[in-house]
Design a protein around this ligand. Sequence first.
Ligand code: CA
Length: 413
Amino acid sequence: MNSWIDIPEQSDFSIYNIPFGIGSTDGSPFVCTRIGDQVLNLNRLAATNFFSDLVDDLTVFQQSTLNAFIALGKPITNAIRIKIQHALSDNHSTLKNNTDLFTPFQKVQMHLPVAIGDYTDFYSSIEHATNVGKMFRDPENALLPNWRHLPVGYHGRASSIVISGTSILRPNGQTKPADSDQPVFGPSKRLDFELEMGFIIGKKTNVGETISTSNAEDHIFGMVLFNDWSARDIQTWEYVPLGPFLSKNFASGMSPWVVVLEALDPFRVEGPKQEPAVLPYLQYEGRRNYDIVLEVVITPENGSENVISKSNFKFMYWNICQQLAHHTCNGCNVNIGDLMASGTISGPDRDSLGSMLEITTAGKNPITLHNGEMRSFINDGDTVTLRGRAENGKNRVGFGEVANKILPASVQK
Ligand code: CA
């Protein structure tokens, strides 16, 4: 499949992708997709009756989130995507003469794509859980006894999830210096990123209903990149016994384009072997992991990009279908727009770690950037960028990026 749109060779947004997002150029939001370096305004396209065989209520294309669009259901949204894909590859398409529909991506302001009612964060990378367990607990028994039996997770906070490009204030908080038994209040000294991906719920359930591993994909609209910003010093002091709280809820970054699950079909791979065997409700069939190459970049103020890690979503021990089956096995309901994040995605090698905590062994082994500066954690003025893409031959489906710059903490009295 080729497109009559000029698509740069290294573009994440090939004809095989066709993701969905919310953009604006003059303040009014619209549903859009991206092809190469062009944003296609689906609200304007809908106004030409392009979707008249699929959608009656065209207001779903002019809202500030994708929730109403997603609520059309997968049979409709998938048909919309395929219709766009065909039009963009058809040399005789009427879209070709309608230049009003397209805007260069640099001129489009992107927004958080969904209204996120609830945000759950899992802890599903065995390499990450092992690395953290070794550092903070027992090097011999890094994984807690439950870890191989269930996808560990906790409920995060949706209100502070921000779109890529948003600057983030270094959080203030309570920490306990190692050489004192009294806590102090002030800016976090151990600000960290977490390389994650997240999936977005596309079909709701009611309280009491469950979702099985075999129908989980029916309930998943698509995926995004996710940076679960974390203040390690605040976390270390506060997390016992109920888990992280203010060390995590000051901000998380999200990429603007939701890549639908169907676009990731060609990149399915087997997951890691799970031992011991999981309980029946967590068993699954088929290939439920995805080969998605991930990278983390630090760009210091006025400096150049430093790629500090390369990981892959395929390393996940617990897959997204198991996560959703576990989340709902007690009758917990889910809603359209809910975000389920993977947890930090570390790989097996030293250069595939998904957090500074792991890369620098909790600050003991700082890394050196191109400009000669050292980093144990993230400094003020640094921009952290996560990128992700799936690729086989010329079929490339990417996520673009999520980038956030860290600003100095606000002064508190
Ligand atoms: Ca996390």
